[in-house]
Ligand binder design. Structure first.
Ligand SMILES: *[C@@H]1O[C@H](CO)[C@@H](O)[C@H](O)[C@H]1NC(C)=O
Ligand SMILES: *[C@@H]1O[C@H](CO)[C@@H](O)[C@H](O)[C@H]1NC(C)=O
Length: 320
């Protein structure tokens, strides 16, 4: 084994099999991908920086925690103490189940995240923000465990309550659930964004609040959802895709959902995530060409009111 190969081997461990690595080298002889995505122009010389030795001092990573739950996945960002993204897949059948009831669920700190990086109940307490579910509780009724797990703080972001989390965002979530009437499977990627704004002096600046004492959980400026409707025959062909970015602010009920529609690339650029690169681009469709991209706010409110009336009637009956 030459020095080069040994060095490349160390860098490539875990990601590239030998054969895959060889292919990469054949394609781009001067460009060696490393374990950390580093490339080196001159592959003839050994690397001067020894990563293995550096890591003996302690590996600074990971910078995120991939938390897989019964009903969803959250990739948690330790810096903002919110998810970077969450992902779930719902179907008409999964939504029809009634084995989880939010009445029995409690908001909970996630003990899988080391203490220092954990979002805490005290961070949200009296912050003025809701503990906003990224994966909605109502999407995870397949078991009480699945429902309870949506209440972990690794599935939360600080969200404006009245006028956003409890209103427009909730209507939007309901619109996503209704997509199961049209598609066999609906996959939803949800998460926060921290978008720049132009200052008085013309410079772009990202500014966001941190809640908690000491400051701990970042308050996103925006939220995104990427919604993918697929058939039971293929998850990658004929996918209907919609991407939306909403401000973390009061939104008037009458605002058209199309106001918030963006190309997926906008979310990729601002979140740093590579989204849906596995979909067949030549058969991909705009979801709004397949379904009505208007929120039915009146129907949602009527549904909530009907539930309240039913609960009140049940309570009154119980007293008789
Ligand atoms: C993408 O879809 C086109 C059109 O149906 C098809 O010809 C092609 O094979 C598909 N590509 C992949 C990678 O499946
Ligand atoms: C789309 O949905 C909205 C809200 O429910 C409704 O008012 C509108 O008529 C629908 N449009 C079409 C073309 O069905």
């Amino acid at each position: 084994m030459t020095g080069v190969w040994k060095c490349v081997g160390i860098f490539a461990a875990g990601i590239f099999s030998g054969a895959a690595l060889l292919k990469t080298l054949e394609r781009e002889p001067g460009n060696v991908p490393g374990r950390f995505g580093l490339t080196r122009r001159d592959a003839e010389k050994p690397f001067d920086f020894d990563v293995e030795k550096f890591l003996e001092m302690g590996d600074p990573g990971p910078i995120h925690d991939k938390l897989v739950r019964h009903g969803y996945m959250s990739v948690y960002d330790r810096r903002t103490r919110t998810p970077a993204y969450t992902a779930e897949t719902i179907t008409k059948e999964s939504l029809a189940q009634r084995d989880g009831n939010r009445k029995y669920s409690r908001f909970k700190e996630d003990e899988e995240v080391p203490q220092m990086y954990r979002a805490k109940l005290s961070d949200y307490y009296r912050s003025g923000y809701d503990r906003g579910h990224q994966v909605p509780a109502a999407d995870c009724k397949t078991s009480q465990t699945a429902m309870d797990e949506t209440f972990l703080l690794t599935n939360m972001c600080p969200q404006v309550g009245d006028g956003f989390n409890r209103n427009y965002w909730a209507y939007f979530e309901d619109w996503c659930r209704k997509l199961t009437n049209k598609f066999d499977e609906v996959t939803i990627i949800t998460g926060p964004l921290f978008l720049p704004k132009k200052n008085g002096d013309g410079k772009w600046v990202v500014s966001y609040e941190m809640v908690g004492n000491p400051p701990s959980v970042a308050v996103p400026t925006h939220f995104y959802k990427v919604v993918i409707g697929t058939s039971k025959y293929s998850r990658t062909d004929n996918a209907a895709v919609g991407a939306f970015v909403l401000p973390n602010a009061v939104i008037d009920d009458n605002t058209a959902l199309s106001t918030f529609k963006v190309p997926v690339e906008v979310i990729e650029r601002s979140s740093g995530l590579e989204l849906l690169h596995g979909l067949n681009a030549s058969t991909k469709k705009d979801i709004c060409s397949q379904v009505n991209c208007s929120l039915d706010v009146a129907a949602f409110k009527e549904h909530i009111d009907a539930k309240k009336r039913a609960a009140a009637t049940a309570a009154a009956d119980a007293k008789k």
